[in-house]
Design a protein around this ligand. Structure first.
Ligand code: ATP
Length: 375
């Protein structure tokens, strides 16, 4: 039977095309930012302090002028459209609620000042309160709420506006670790329930990995990689992303590829054999220096792995280890480079020099000069 299903074009809620920001003092904070954000995506902008993620979010919000490039929201170029007319709602880190107003009034505020019809205001407020579990607190003042409840009111104020895009700038950073964890879960559920597009800024890579449909990692104003959390974890595009995403961080080793491109020779002299695929990928790197990377999750010390990866074994000098319930972290060195292994808590650690191995398929190689993944 003929497939009559129509292939529809993806709907993009937000498009950034070669977007740049140069602040009036001449500082170039964002370079050529390009992304097409589909309806319903949860995009997380991540990166260290000062990398330009808030600037990017503020340009989408209309709080910062775009120096160069195009911003398209819902099919319309909005570079010169005022924030209030952009179909966006923003939740900040310092969500200031109006202390003298009840939760209901706080939620209603943005619609009240727009002179929206009372019935619609009530409908929207009750919708947001229901979605966020705030109905029992509608008559309370902010100071009678917990931190998490206050945060929910701040999110609720964005929901009542029914925007095309929610912009969130580190909304959980003022909460303690435990509350952050539960609010993270709530945000995920909220995103599922609303089906709206979220753009979320954080410097916390765990938030990025758990919340995002796609993560954008930035550094010094440049986008380093845009990928799903899994892709970014498994195939970081460059050494910076490899080091930024994942806890504990990725292990890096210096050494070179042998003349026949069959093995990586670590600076300690240890030899790690390449898979056929890796030899193929590394064919231009014969006798050249490279950086080998392996996540702590893919270093093993148990007998069956040692047997399976007998051509990727090495001597691990154990300094100390931490038992963390579901796994054990071994801290030590491989030659004179640092290594962390995340192993099964039942694995025995006999002595301070033990045999360990890398999961062959998971080893990645990076060009020493460009720091980019060799692929
Ligand atoms: P953080 O996590 O610390 O908020 P960020 O990645 O959000 O960092 P931005 O706030 O976007 O960083 O700032 C990016 C760069 O632009 C920083 O180096 C910052 O000092 C600079 N910057 C921000 N605002 C201005 C301004 N008004 N004038 C000049 N430079 C600015």
């Amino acid at each position: 039977m003929e497939n009559t299903e129509l292939k529809s074009e993806p709907i993009y809620d937000v498009i950034l095309k070669d977007v740049n920001k140069v602040y009036p003092n001449g500082f170039h904070a964002v370079y050529d930012f390009n992304i097409n954000i589909q309806k319903g995506e949860f995009i997380v902008l991540a990166g260290p302090s000062g990398c330009g993620k808030s600037t990017t979010l503020r340009m989408i919000a209309g709080l910062e002028e775009i120096s160069n490039g195009d911003l398209i929201i819902n099919g319309k170029r909005v570079n010169d459209v005022a924030p209030k007319d952009r179909d966006i709602a923003m939740v900040f880190q310092n969500y200031a609620l109006y202390a003298h107003m009840t939760v209901y009034q706080n939620l209603a505020f943005s619609l009240t000042i727009r002179k929206t019809d009372h019935e619609i205001i009530h409908k929207q407020v009750m919708y947001a309160a229901n979605v966020l579990g705030l109905v029992p607190y509608l008559n309370r003042k902010p100071k009678q709420l917990s931190g998490g409840q206050r945060q929910r009111v701040a999110v609720g104020r964005a929901i009542v506006r029914d925007p095309v895009v929610f912009l969130l700038d580190e909304p959980l950073s003022n909460l303690d670790a435990k509350l952050r964890g539960s609010m993270r879960k709530e945000l995920m559920q909220l995103h599922d329930r609303l089906g709206s597009t979220f753009v979320y800024v954080t410097h916390d890579q765990i938030e990025a990995l758990t919340l995002a449909t796609r993560i954008v990692v930035m550094k010094d104003g440049y986008v380093q990689q845009i990928a799903t959390p899994k892709e970014m974890f498994e195939y970081p595009e460059n050494l910076f992303v490899a080091g930024f995403i994942g806890t504990p961080p990725c292990n890096f080793y210096s050494g070179k590829i042998d003349a026949e491109v069959t093995k990586f020779i670590h600076q300690s002299g240890a030899e790690i054999y390449l898979s056929k695929e890796q030899s193929q990928i590394l064919k231009d790197y014969a006798s050249k220096e490279v950086v080998m990377a392996s996540r702590p999750d893919y270093v093993f010390i148990d007998d069956s792995s040692l047997k399976k990866y007998s051509k990727q074994t090495f001597e691990l000098n154990v300094e100390y280890f931490e038992f963390l319930g579901a796994y054990k972290l071994i801290y030590g060195t491989f030659g004179d480079e640092r290594i962390i292994a995340k192993v099964d808590p039942r694995d025995e650690i006999d002595g301070d020099k033990i045999k360990a191995c890398f999961q062959a398929e998971k080893i990645l190689f990076y060009d020493k000069e460009t720091e980019r993944r060799i692929r």
